[in-house]
Design a binder for this molecule. Sequence first.
Ligand code: FAD
Length: 298
Amino acid sequence: MLIRDKFKDKRPLISFEIFPPKREYPVETIYNTIDALNDMEPDFISVTYGAGGSTKDTTVDIASFIEKKYSLSALAHLTCLTSTKEEIDDTLNLLKVSGVRNVLALRGDYPKDAGANYKGPNHYKYAKDLITHIKKREDFCVGAACYPEKHLECYNLDKDLVHLKEKVDSGVDFLITQLFFDNETFYRFKEKTDKLNIDIPIIAGILPVLSKNQVEKILSLTGCTLPQKFLRILEKYENNPDALREAGIAYATDQIIDLLSWGVDGIHIYTMNRPKTTRRILESIKTIRGVLTNGEAS
Ligand code: FAD
């Protein structure tokens, strides 16, 4: 089912992100994870696309497996920066014949080999160029990324929002945010998108932090900020992985309950392929989820 159609009769949506196994492992190693996540009745599961298209085929295979085995909507991520327009069409055709109709259309990050030129006429420069192309085909529901604290490369949030508005106007059906740790940042961002008449659903991306290494990596990749409340947890438990994990789960749960109470369109949990962690969060919001989606406790 198309994700945009799900929004017509249900909000908030609850969804999960997974990433394909590393190349040296067979694709089947992810199946138990998907099985466990499917038990939690998400509205869709998204499958990331490795940097530079490194997981192109497995992303399609896993998304197709989710659709076929569970009749559950899969959202296949797709980046355009390092693929030619022809290669993008090959992937879109493959997604279509594999029964995957939801795509998260992204630009991707510049690879470290700075000498490479990905800006020629055979490449889509920005996500909006990819989206314009996909929308011409009329066979996909298209999601895109947004950044409550601005994208790392853009010099300020207002400019990034101008680009976001152009991207949305190229035909985006819904947005998913980069992770954030302070809900007030998201609420301010939503005020700004409302002012720009961006009226498609915006799903909040939430990461339950599991280790200090993970936080350091995320900060360097995303440039997101950490509120005092979160920093206190990191400092206090940085040498005790179990305590940090417990606090990380509680922090993410707290964020999600606040976002749901505020009236968010959807929550997308960056599961890091850890269904046990995701299950603990979902258990904690079980009744709230029932009240919000069915009007009664489940
Ligand atoms: P764009 O929307 O094209 O924006 C990129 C930059 O260009 C921004 O700074 C924007 O302000 C600027 N810009 C846009 N239009 C213009 C213009 N006309 N003129 C000048 N500047 C402009 N990466 C992966 O490799 N694989 C994944 O699976 C993946 N999944 C993701 C999922 C989510 C929910 C998010 C938030 C990110 C994901 N990413 C993934 C990371 C993403 O690829 C990077 O953040 C990338 O750097 C930007 O992608 P984008 O689609 O947001 O780009």
